[in-house]
Design a protein. Structure first.
Length: 170
């Protein structure tokens, strides 16, 4: 094993949890998130061996998002709707609202989902998100604002809860 391999293993071990957390938020599914992280680390390893990376953390983020968006494009071009969908048992309500957030994130376009995950859930500054996604900071802000507006309409329970709280204080 070369020194580069050991350094990569160390880097991968320290970034694994953060990459997985972002991948779950992007894909909405644990199995898909595991596949996404594995593909991201595989792609990174190829580059890691060929040249030094200026900012491996930012590169890992960019690779994760690019891999996610590419997989969504491939998947959407190969999906065919079924005439009759099977009955699915609704999951038990989630007290923290995580199920609703995952569902709402899943309704966003992949690039908008990436912006929301990186900017608000991973708490990355706008300039760094812009650099990661190779777009202007202004474009990131506009898309983030629109994505948040979409999320607000997709998550009506929080609005109803805040209205209920206000009504009880009158």
């Amino acid at each position: 094993m070369t020194a580069g391999n050991g350094e990569f293993r160390s880097f991968a071990a320290t970034r694994l949890d953060a990459l997985y957390r972002s991948a779950v938020l992007l894909t909405g599914q644990h199995q898909s998130a595991e596949d996404l992280v594995q593909e991201t680390l595989t792609r990174m390893y190829v580059v890691w061996r060929s040249r030094p990376l200026e900012d491996p953390v930012a590169y890992s983020r960019r690779t994760l998002v690019n891999t996610f968006i590419s997989s969504r494009r491939r998947r959407s071009s190969s999906e065919y709707p079924q005439e009759v969908l099977p009955e699915v048992v609704a999951p038990a309500p989630d007290v923290d609202g995580r199920v609703d957030v995952h569902r709402a994130l899943g309704e966003l376009r992949p690039i908008d989902r990436a912006i929301v995950v990186l900017r608000y859930l991973e708490d990355i500054p706008v300039d760094e998100v812009a650099a990661t996604l190779r777009m202007s900071p202004g474009n990131v802000r506009v898309r983030a604002t629109r994505a948040l507006a979409t999320l607000r309409t997709s998550l009506p329970l929080q609005s109803a809860a805040s209205t209920t709280r206000e009504d009880t204080h009158e």
